[in-house]
Design a protein around this ligand. Structure first.
Ligand code: SAM
Length: 322
């Protein structure tokens, strides 16, 4: 499916829960209001929307949240989505806290790849950023995924004065293992607005200063807007998701389904189309029509680096799914 700007839209991020088991400063503030469970789509409803999405050309699904692994039945949902003809890839993004517990089941269900969000390898800083002492669990989860050989990427958001120098340790995860470590620029969504984004170029310059010339990887890797480079001698690669300082909307390939059944054409704006009525009425044609409408409404680009007033999305990243 191609949108009016000629972009191929074949990827859907599917948030299956708005709740999380961590309280990251910039993502899940303590004053967030959780939705009552009946507001959230059932797993069968989510799978049906994915089925209809596959019929209009969606090929890749990312399960996200909140924290997807705290939703009962997350593994069943992965199985249901993997069984949909036309869906070629199912991946998951998680904070990794419960990963060790679910690694075997994720392997058995044939999960194609996993992203683990991890902003520091320093236990004290981890507690400060996430509000929980769960770094050892996350590291255990990462080791388990390696044991099962499920392709793994680490996503890190750096904050000035908190973990801005932690790239030094984080990139070492890519040294001896085939793990890609990616830096995501802080986006002005929800409480993210209160933080100043560190540009990925700044991090790359520091990496170059430390390691000498790094090689840019020209060939596209993964589903999204990340660009990659390689440090000679490292097994994995270093990725940059430069939402603010490197506008990547020309290559945008996605729509987003929230846990409440809203389809979002773009992360930056509140615009959405609700699928809840259509899914609860059993109208499959209406679901497909709404999905196509959302693709048609995709804007040319976000406005994160313009006037903040233009960013109309008011929810937290955890409520949208990132
Ligand atoms: N709990 C899952 C996880 O940790 O991957 C999925 C949801 S979380 C919202 C997805 C990603 O969004 C995480 O990597 C998180 O660090 C990132 N994120 C949250 N708020 C952000 C913001 N304002 N700017 C950039 N990334 C953000």
């Amino acid at each position: 499916m191609t949108d009016k700007y000629g972009r191929v839209i074949d990827y859907m991020r599917v948030s299956i829960i708005d709740r999380c088991n961590l309280r990251c400063q910039y993502c899940i503030p303590t004053d967030i209001e959780w939705l009552p469970p009946q507001e959230i789509l059932t797993l069968e409803e989510i799978a049906e929307i994915c089925r209809q999405a596959s019929l209009i050309g969606i090929r890749k699904i990312k399960i996200t949240g909140g924290e997807p692994l705290i939703r009962k039945g997350c593994i069943d949902l992965i199985r249901m989505i993997r069984a949909i003809p036309g869906i070629q890839q199912v991946t998951l993004t998680t904070n990794g806290v419960l990963l060790a517990q679910y690694a075997g089941q994720l392997y058995e269900e044939g999960l194609d790849a996993i992203n683990v969000s991890l902003d520091t390898l320093d236990r004290e800083k981890y507690i400060k950023i996430t509000g929980s002492d769960r770094l050892p669990d996350v590291l255990k989860g990462i080791s388990e995924m390696e044991r099962y050989k499920i392709p793994l990427k680490i996503n890190s958001v750096l904050q000035r004065g908190v973990n801005d120098e932690d790239w030094k340790d984080l990139i070492l995860l890519a040294k001896d293992r085939e793990i890609d470590v990616r830096f995501i620029e802080m986006m002005p969504i929800g409480h993210g607005k209160e933080f100043t984004s560190i540009s990925n170029e700044e991090i790359l310059q520091k990496i170059r200063a430390r390691y000498g010339q790094v090689e840019d990887i020209k060939k596209a890797r993964g589903n999204g807007p990340a660009t990659y480079c390689h440090i000679p001698g490292f097994k994995g690669n270093i990725g940059s998701i430069s939402a603010i300082h490197g506008k990547f909307c020309d290559g945008c390939n996605r729509i987003r389904l929230t846990s409440t059944g809203q389809i979002k054409p773009c992360l930056c704006y509140e615009d959405h189309i609700s699928l809840k009525e259509a899914i609860r009425n059993g109208s499959k044609e209406e679901i497909r029509r709404s999905l196509l409408m959302a693709i048609d409404k995709k804007p040319a680009g976000h406005c994160f680096n313009e006037d903040q007033e233009m960013i109309t999305e008011k929810h937290e990243m955890a409520q949208i799914g990132g």
